[in-house]
Design a protein around this ligand. Structure first.
Ligand code: FAD
Length: 485
């Protein structure tokens, strides 16, 4: 049967308003503009209209109408994914899920919580502090109002990712609305009332992780939480050489001493201190700031962990490494109050957004730590050669089985020439990370298309088959993971 003609925005708005009530359907020019762009250099495109959902039933109603009339639906919460992943490239409906913001359950005994899409990092922190101080969660550097559920679906990284891997691995199961409006539950909850594990079921949860909303709209998620730790310390060590710094990081990550290890290069520290672009580094200044989180419920364990840390640092120095003495974050905050951004969770990186023109983009990637040093140095070189401060953020993940290499650019979104330079820069960086064995995460559509030829043909075939099976009319966030399959 031929596809019915796509209704115009007026007709679509009437259909949706009839089902949901007129207050939930927005069409003013300012709203359409805001939902049609993000922080990045990815070209914007306005939706035909925006719908605010308040319940799973709302999501089902929207998806059913969209599917019947072959209208794209793009789910969004804060839209701060930093990859153009919620820009409605083909127009249609942007489905704003921010109002679905209930933490439906926190199960202390079985260590999970059930969240709706709009639940933010700040919501989780407040809830655990208030009602469940015995539990903790991992926090990203993302602004506190952004979505935890979206982060897990995008397989993100947090301060507990060295211990527990990327956030996609923390999901016990989801409730998702499929393209025909029906509901699917995954994980053990497909069979049992308990939401405490994704195992031992066939992993249908994976159908929603890293698919960027192109296979279904997740309306609930069970995600793991962990026992809180009574003592936590964050130490900073300034280093002057990439090879020496990352040799130390790799030695330490294998000892299970730290909850988190991260590295940020010098321009990020300058931005934190409020300096504006262009940024300069005196050759006598450190190249990279490493930070280390150590935590335990037992003071004896804290002492032992800090002794191991000190011993490994001494060994790194004895091998020729140049490192400053460790600084406790509490002392750093006393010296420079802006360090407070690094002192608590959710960590606040607002300073990356707070600059003229407000543009932020990156090529973030996961890959082999054996290639870290080469990737960092080559990435910094490319950024510097093109006149951008070489901001690099790194973190070992999942016990050091892989590492994060995130090459960040802040830019002026109002300056079209700079936006073009940023596009060219990111193309070069995307190619570089792949060459080093790293895979871009939260993968922008243009990166998928750029690297499509390098994808395994079987992967392309099965990916296409999965999407055709779940969303035969390809209404769900079209443009994401389009590989030609
Ligand atoms: C300064 C800054 C720092 C950041 N630091 C980190 C970091 O340290 N670690 C990290 O992992 N990320 C980081 N991020 C990226 C991002 O902000 C976080 O991952 C955040 O949690 C995403 O939430 P969001 O509400 O912005 O998602 P959105 O951008 O609204 O959505 C993300 C994607 O999920 C899709 N989607 C939305 N809702 C649903 C749904 N219900 N079902 C299916 N698909 C859906 C969207 O279409 C989109 O493709 C950072 C971002 C910024 C701006």
């Amino acid at each position: 049967m031929p596809a019915p003609p796509r209704p115009d925005a007026d007709a679509l708005a009437s259909l949706l308003a009839e089902k949901l009530g007129p207050g939930q359907v927005l069409r003013d020019a300012d709203t359409l503009r805001r939902y049609g762009e993000d922080l990045t250099e990815v070209p914007g495109h306005p939706p035909d209209l925006v719908v605010r959902a308040h319940s799973t039933a709302d999501v089902q109603a929207v998806v059913r109408i969209a599917n019947e009339h072959r209208v794209p639906v793009v789910p969004v919460v804060a839209g701060l994914n930093v990859g153009g992943l919620a820009i409605p490239e083909h127009g249609g409906i942007v489905l704003d899920l921010a109002a679905m913001n209930r933490i439906l359950e926190v199960n202390e005994a079985d260590q999970y919580m059930i969240v709706e899409p709009g639940v933010s990092w700040a919501d989780v922190r407040a809830k655990l502090d208030r009602d469940h101080p015995a539990l903790r969660f991992g926090y990203s550097f993302s602004p506190p109002h952004t979505s935890v559920l979206c982060n897990c679906l995008m397989d993100g990284l947090t301060n507990l990712s060295l211990l527990h891997g990327s956030t996609g691995d923390w999901i016990n199961g989801v409730e998702a609305v499929l393209a025909d409006g029906s509901i699917l539950r995954t994980g053990a909850h497909a069979l049992s009332p308990a939401w405490c594990t994704n195992s031992p079921m066939p992993d249908l949860t994976g159908l929603f992780v890293n698919f960027q909303g192109s296979t279904g709209i997740v309306t609930r998620m069970s995600v793991q939480v962990w026992p809180n730790r009574k003592f936590r310390e964050r130490l900073f060590v300034l280093a002057y050489d990439i090879d020496q710094a990352y040799a130390f990081v790799k030695r330490l990550m294998r000892e299970e001493v730290c909850d988190d290890i991260g590295g940020v290069t010098w321009p990020l520290m300058k931005l934190l201190f409020g300096q504006a672009r262009p940024l300069y580094r005196d050759p006598a200044e450190p190249l990279v700031a490493l930070y280390f989180d150590i935590a335990s419920n037992f003071w004896q364990a804290m002492t032992a962990k800090k002794e191991i840390f000190a011993q490994l640092l001494a060994e790194a120095r004895a091998a020729g490494g140049r490192f400053e003495d460790p600084l406790d974050i509490r002392d750093l905050v006393r010296i420079e109050p802006r360090f407070v951004a690094f002192a608590d969770f959710p960590t606040r990186f607002d300073f990356l957004l707070d600059h003229p023109g407000g543009g932020l983009t990156w090529i973030g990637s996961y890959g082999p730590t054996s290639q870290w040093e080469a990737g960092i140095k080559a990435g910094m070189r490319i950024m510097e050669e093109r006149g951008f401060p070489p901001i690099v953020v790194t973190r070992p993940m999942a016990g050091g089985h892989f590492g994060v290499l995130r090459l960040i650019t802040v830019f002026d979104k109002r300056d079209e020439a700079e936006v073009r330079r940023v596009r060219a820069l990111n193309e070069a960086l995307a190619d570089l990370v792949l060459e080093k064995g790293f895979v871009p995460y939260k993968t922008p559509g243009w990166v998928v298309r750029r690297h499509a030829k390098a994808l395994d043909p079987g992967f392309v075939r099965v990916l296409g088959a999965v999407r055709n099976a779940l969303d035969p009319n390809r209404i769900l966030n079209p443009g994401r993971w389009e590989t030609g399959g």
